[in-house]
Design a protein around this ligand. Structure first.
Ligand SMILES: O=C(O)CCC(=O)C(=O)O
Length: 271
């Protein structure tokens, strides 16, 4: 499965029609292995970042957030702020993603979130149907461009994503992010949902308004993934007017010099 070398008009049309587009195996074996190793090192506290938001799944299935690493375990459900890690930042700044971001956003691009999403075996809970909407996230614009990458094979058994192709064309259904259960019959009629299985290393472009969810991991292995939402660098939080880490354009973070994330950018949890 070759990665796209360029994002052209045909890709654009497919993305606008379906709300997602397979970008192919953007992560070749060495880069995939390096990111797998890096995220495990972060979960196990071998590499630590002070200003990093982590979400742990405890043995009783409860979720707990920590600021900075506290517990050595591979049972993290979610880890944010990965743009401060040089390896993840290099991937975020992949030329294909830059081309896509340039087309849909412009020259100055920040990341709303650069998020590890994990379904540890036996512990994961399903994620309900939702769109990734700005107001629900507490920001003043509606990003449309997310790249989700499989760090392990994502299968029906391991809790891959499910999407309703074309559902982004409804626009924003609910400003609060999650689809109210009573709206499911209307927006997810029978036959409208597909399993978005993905091979490790594969990247998928997702429109933020696309209805998506993910299931439970009943396999014996982790289902690790990395999801990055790109947006206009002018985007601000509604409450504190704070902007986000710039990854493309002037003053973009540089993997050679990135040095932790400022504390003021992680004080709240926006999405
Ligand atoms: O990885 C998953 O299970 C869900 C990811 C997701 O909801 C997202 O990237 O917006």
């Amino acid at each position: 499965m070759q990665a796209l070398t360029a994002f052209d008009d045909e890709h654009h049309e497919q993305f606008m029609d379906q709300g997602y587009l397979r970008l192919g195996k953007v992560l070749g074996p060495p880069d995939l292995l390096a990111l797998q190793q890096r995220i495990d090192d972060i979960m196990l506290g071998k590499i630590k970042y002070e200003n990093m938001r982590l979400q742990l799944v405890e043995e009783d299935g409860q979720q707990r957030r920590t600021m900075g690493h506290e517990v050595e375990t591979l049972a993290y459900r979610r880890i944010d702020d990965l743009e401060q890690d040089p390896l993840f930042l290099t991937y975020i700044q992949h030329p294909l993603f830059q081309q896509i971001a340039h087309r849909y956003i412009g020259e100055q691009v920040s990341v709303f979130r650069s998020m590890f999403m994990n379904k540890p075996p036996g512990l994961a809970r399903p994620l309900p149907w939702h769109q990734d909407v700005g107001a629900g996230w507490g920001i003043d614009s509606n990003p449309t461009t997310t790249v989700w990458s499989a760090l392990d094979d994502a299968t029906v058994t391991s809790g891959c994503m499910q999407v309703a192709p074309g559902s982004q064309q409804h626009g924003i259904i609910n400003e609060r992010h999650f689809l109210p259960p009573e709206a499911e019959a209307q927006y997810l009629p029978e036959g409208s949902v597909i399993e978005l299985e993905a091979e490790a290393g594969e990247a998928i472009l997702l429109h933020n308004f696309l209805l998506h969810r993910s299931g439970t991991n009943t396999s014996a292995a982790a289902r690790r993934a990395f999801s990055v939402t790109y947006m206009d660098a002018e985007t601000r939080t509604l409450d504190t007017s704070q902007t986000f880490s710039v990854v493309f354009g002037e003053n973009a973070l540089d993997p050679e010099s990135v040095d932790g994330k400022p504390a003021e950018l992680v004080q709240k949890f926006y999405g």
